[in-house]
Design a protein around this ligand. Structure first.
Ligand SMILES: C[S@@+](CC[C@H](N)C(=O)[O-])C[C@H]1O[C@@H](n2cnc3c(N)ncnc32)[C@H](O)[C@@H]1O
Length: 311
């Protein structure tokens, strides 16, 4: 068994269309008239709902410096700054195109913009922040994809990633079976954030370990594959995240871990409209199809909130 390295950096560096077509949950809740907002108990954008959820776990009034990595169009941070204007924010993104979008979304706010790959950041450059936000982007970071020795891809991982593999196994006792794909980039980024001493870290992404409540199993189908699975998107592939590995790594760094699914802070209003959409094997309208995908995502996305020293 050997690995090839899946990456998305070339796509985000050069594709001017990046994210216009990819509907994240954050973007889906942006338009005031979004059909996705109507199926939730609270009709407000993603950033507001996440803010109130996090603010119950730790008090934002005690925070100063926030780093958001891969902020897409900047909507999440715009909501945070509306609710907590005292925050000093750094938006770090690899995509020049999306960084421009963030600049216009966050104009006249207390924000610094940094065009960098998070994997190129030294630990010393990450040390003065209180909170890190990484929403719906861990799957973009490099993945070691298992292939048989006669596999098709010759995009072999560099020694850097092979050394990291040994490091994670030895230092954090992660079990990394040879046939499994490994979220090596997500592990490396989280390790660096923990080593830099962030007090709070929020991460979210499509999970390969998410589960459904029994009542929804007849309507929504996803297998817990346990190994990170490929999601084929326009001109690039992403991989779902094995959150138990990230959890284990954070606990080894003495962080308290709160783990859950988007549905925890985006609760559904189980109206007839939602029930009808979910029951249909073939939706009749665009809105029903959107609702089906959105409800799927509310369960398929997992998050971690990490609190240093379990404050
Ligand atoms: C799927 S989008 C998510 C956007 C946003 N957080 C949201 O929830 O809508 C991924 C984001 O991560 C950024 N990104 C991907 N790889 C990155 C890297 N290595 N370093 C910094 N940013 C990265 C992309 O440019 C983009 O802004």
């Amino acid at each position: 068994m050997s690995y090839y390295l899946n990456t998305t950096d070339e796509y985000y560096l050069h594709d001017k269309d990046s994210l216009n077509w990819e509907l994240t949950v954050c973007n889906a809740l942006q338009p005031e008239k979004s059909p996705c907002r109507k199926v939730l108990q609270t009709d407000s954008p993603f950033g507001c709902q996440l803010f109130y959820f996090l603010n119950d776990l730790f008090d934002f009034t005690g925070l100063k410096n926030i780093l958001e990595v891969g902020g897409g169009f900047g909507y999440l941070m715009r909501d945070f700054l509306t609710l907590a204007p005292h925050l000093r924010v750094t938006m770090l993104d690899i995509s020049p195109y999306l960084l421009e979008k963030q600049k216009s979304c966050l104009a006249d706010r207390n924000v610094v913009f940094l065009k960098r790959d998070i994997l190129s950041m030294k630990i010393s450059e990450l040390q003065h922040y209180d909170l890190a936000i990484l929403n719906e982007n861990l799957g973009d970071f490099p993945t070691l994809v298992a292939q048989s020795p006669e596999g098709q891809s010759d995009n072999f991982p560099t020694n850097h990633y092979l050394d990291k593999l040994t490091y994670f196994q030895q230092k954090y006792h992660l079990t990394l079976p040879p046939k499994e794909n490994i979220n090596i980039g997500a592990l490396e980024v989280l390790d660096n954030l923990c080593l830099a001493g962030f007090r709070y870290i929020y991460l979210s992404e499509h999970s390969c370990e998410a589960t459904l409540p029994p009542s929804l199993k007849p309507y929504i189908h996803f297998a817990s594959t346990i190994t990170p699975e490929r999601i084929s998107l326009k001109k690039h592939d992403e991989y779902t995240i094995k959150f138990s590995h990230l959890q284990q790594l954070a606990q080894a760094h003495n962080y308290k871990v709160i783990r859950g699914q988007f549905i925890d802070f985006l609760p559904l209003n189980c109206s007839d409209r939602v029930r009808t959409a979910l029951r249909l094997s073939t939706p009749f309208s665009d809105e029903q199809e959107i609702i089906q995908q959105f409800v799927y995502d509310l369960y398929k996305y997992e998050y971690l909130v990490l609190i240093k020293g379990g404050e």
